[in-house]
Ligand binder design. Structure first.
Ligand code: PSU
Ligand code: MN
Length: 304
């Protein structure tokens, strides 16, 4: 087999070799999930939250035909400024074959982080089963990859642009462990709760690390979704949320959008329709998830 074209940054490689905590971050949130130019500032801030917690950040992307775990500031700038494609797992071989670059989704980030030996990953919200999937079959590869890769991903559940009940059913089928972090209710990203009850919850980072350890001991290789809600006083106003969501969904369907364009379109329209309020909440969620991922990575480094 040819060597894996994976460049782990020196900082990340050293931390991993020493058993110090590392948290992976995805790059599609930078390239497609947040508007420019604030996206670069956000990407830097996400890394800084980890550094402040003495955790090494590993932002994941594909640059010039190489998988990257850990980016320099110049590389972060490229992801934030260039029109790079959004890459899921199946896109990685094509991007590599062409010497191309791109931002990685939760699916691709999970896969690359696992290859790099990283166990904890923070994102905003996972992809999932889209509304109308019974006809369109539109289900994010985030779910299938999490069924295959033993990574722990901290997420504020999934967005209400998706079919939450169907997403939870698919996570069950795929064998993905879902743990509420201080909650019994699966969060719906901008909103603290979705009304969908979870089977399991943990109270702190050591509770997550214990499940990671027992999953490993069983030889299971599925991922863990840590569902971390925003406190209710920081959620998006539910009325503002519902109105913006209805309109954005109608527009996406009227425009005949499908496939990988759907998520970025809806996210951007919802920012516009909420006068930027959804963006403020989006950033707050990412920070909140990164802070929890830092605690989990530290707990894991302690017990592993
Ligand atoms: N949800 C968000 N923001 C995002 C995404 C999802 O709140 O930026 C991105 C993530 O990178 C996720 C991807 O992995 O969209 C899912 O896209 P798709 O549904 O096309 O698989
Ligand atoms: Mn899709």
């Amino acid at each position: 087999m040819p060597p894996l074209p994976l460049a782990t940054s020196p900082e990340v490689a050293e931390a991993l070799a020493a058993g110090r905590p590392v948290v992976a971050l995805e790059s599609t949130i930078i390239s497609h999930g947040l508007p420019r130019p604030g996206n670069l500032e956000a990407a830097r801030e996400f890394e800084q939250i980890l550094r402040d917690a003495e955790v090494t950040p590993a932002t994941v992307a594909v640059l010039d035909g190489e998988l990257k775990a850990g980016l320099t500031d110049a590389e972060l700038q490229r992801i934030a400024a260039e029109d790079v494609p959004k890459l899921s797992v199946r896109d990685l071989p094509v991007a590599l074959a062409r010497g191309g670059s791109g931002a990685t989704t939760v699916a691709a980030t999970s896969w690359i982080a696992d290859r790099a030996g990283i166990r904890v990953f923070a994102t905003g919200g996972l992809g999932g089963v889209h509304r109308g999937a019974a006809e369109t079959f539109d289900e994010s590869a985030d779910l299938t990859v999490l069924g295959q890769v033993p990574i722990t991903v901290v997420s504020a559940g999934v967005k209400s642009i998706l079919d939450i009940a169907a997403t939870l059913e698919r996570l069950e089928t795929l064998g993905v462990i879902v743990l509420g972090y201080g909650t019994d209710d699966f969060p719906s990203f901008w909103l603290t709760a979705s009304g969908h009850a979870l089977d399991w919850s943990v109270h702190d980072a050591f509770g997550v690390a214990a499940v990671m350890g027992s999953r490993d001991a069983l030889g299971q290789s599925s991922g863990i979704v840590v569902a971390n809600p925003l406190p209710v006083e920081r959620q998006l106003d539910p009325q503002v949320h519902d109105a913006a969501l209805d309109q954005a969904l109608q527009e996406a369907s009227a425009a005949g959008l499908s496939g990988k364009e759907v998520t970025p379109f809806l996210l951007q329209r919802i920012v516009e329709l909420t006068d930027g309020e959804s963006l403020r909440v989006n950033l707050d969620i990412a920070r909140n998830n990164i802070a929890v991922a830092a605690r989990i990575a530290r707990a894991w480094a302690e017990v592993a």
